[in-house]
Design a protein around this ligand. Sequence first.
Ligand SMILES: CC(C)(COP(=O)(O)OP(=O)(O)OC[C@H]1O[C@@H](n2cnc3c(N)ncnc32)[C@H](O)[C@@H]1OP(=O)(O)O)[C@@H](O)C(=O)NCCC(=O)NCCS
Length: 177
Amino acid sequence: MVFVNTTSQNNTQIVRAQEEHLPAISELAGVIWRACYPGIITSEQIDYMLARMYSLDVLRDEIRSQGIRYDLLLVDGKPAGFASYGPTSESGVIKLHKLYLLAEMHGRGLGSRLLQQVEHEVRAGAGCRLILSVNKRNARAIAAYQRNGFVTADSVVTDIGGGFVMDDYIMAKELAG
Ligand SMILES: CC(C)(COP(=O)(O)OP(=O)(O)OC[C@H]1O[C@@H](n2cnc3c(N)ncnc32)[C@H](O)[C@@H]1OP(=O)(O)O)[C@@H](O)C(=O)NCCC(=O)NCCS
């Protein structure tokens, strides 16, 4: 695989994903979601959301047409996690859509490292506010976001079809200054 816009640290690298990396991201998402979401949402909802959010067509459309960027974390050269983020209807406000690490990579500061890279890119693009949604029962992720300066701004329940809802907090971090 060929990578561009790489930042390296010890045995880890964060690279800007290109279309050729999307199959690896889709596969990684399946592994991570099936490990981290049981107990938070049902396995039926996991399958439903994976199909809607991580098919190659959806991922390709995100990076080709929606201005969404994927940053892929490599540990010892192998895909270990990713973050995705992109514009919103509000100028300067960027949404972090996804932040996922393989379970065996948790607790090493790698999620925070991905977040710091996202913040760096958002600031470089003159973004001033980063927002995200996180399941209210996802305590580990909420703690990671709080550690990184995000605060809860709202609470929303979204009907995503198929008889499922997302019961989320909206968290935000101001980047200006
Ligand atoms: C959310 C997620 C990316 C956060 O990653 P994380 O590894 O849990 O959190 P951090 O990167 O901030 O790492 C902090 C942990 O690493 C430890 N750590 C070790 N070395 C560290 C270092 N150099 N720097 C910072 N923390 C370090 C900290 O002590 C802390 O440990 P603790 O969680 O046992 O208290 C990760 O939990 C994840 O992928 N979860 C599943 C998917 C998910 O829910 N995504 C969010 C969807 S909205």
